[in-house]
Ligand binder design. Sequence first.
Ligand code: BEZ
Ligand code: FE
Length: 294
Amino acid sequence: MRNFSETTITDAVLERIQDTGNPRIKQINEALVRHLHAFVREVRPTQKEWEQGIDFLTRTGHMCNDKRQEFILLSDTLGASMLVDVINHGAQKGVTETTVLGPFFVEAAPDKALGDDISGGMVGDPMIVTGSVSSPDGKPIANATIDVWHSDDDGYYDVQQLDKIGDLAMRARFHADQNGQFRFWSIKPAAYPVPHDGPTGEMLEAQGRHPWRPAHVHFMISAPGYEQLVTHVFVAGDKYLDSDVVFGVKDSLIREFVRHEPGQAPDGRTQNTPYYHLNYDFGLKPDKAASRAA
Ligand code: BEZ
Ligand code: FE
């Protein structure tokens, strides 16, 4: 076959890939070809514009390294990450809603004891976080693994300023107690712009968008027999809640970080300066495999 026209080329490509062995890969490849061709037909790019598009994606790839994932940022800011999230995690009673993982999770976060201060000496408003982990029917999940991480008072994560602060801070791994409860101290996080000094930043600027995320604390919670929960809790009242650059906000994930005057904190500790208190009770979804076995 040769001499393809605007109307025959799509079918020609689809025919060429029809022997793709794996049915799922075949479905994905066919959809990719159909949607890519439809995009080109709709946009009708000039040759120069097409080259600019290729150059944009090439620069996106070159920007990626072990500390920076520009493709994830592009997916996040185009709403694709949250679309995948919504497709895979329907709302369910008693199960905490999910949101994007983001690029600042660190696999080897320091293990900390319940009640520890994880601020690493960073300056900011003291914050105590308390909460629980349970199954949808309210049964506590003892010993659940709880990873937490958040930004500092200026909106920077530890990994963005390691040369300045020297060590990981404002992140830790905890284990819930026998009643599924947890508590720790840190500093209250601030809103921050996602990295916007690369191709994603160029795109945001061209689209007339700001790069900000509302202040939040990240949680990743796992326990045997349950699906891993990846989520954040957002600070109520933040001015970016309705324009989060990565579309990650859900009403159920917004909480008041309540300001308290000095006095006895919820963990019994005497706090000499004002502090904030966040409480959040998490619900985990039973694993499909575990529910089948039961
Ligand atoms: C974050 O919340 O850490 C984040 C999420 C998506 C893109 C950039 C940052
Ligand atoms: Fe974040």
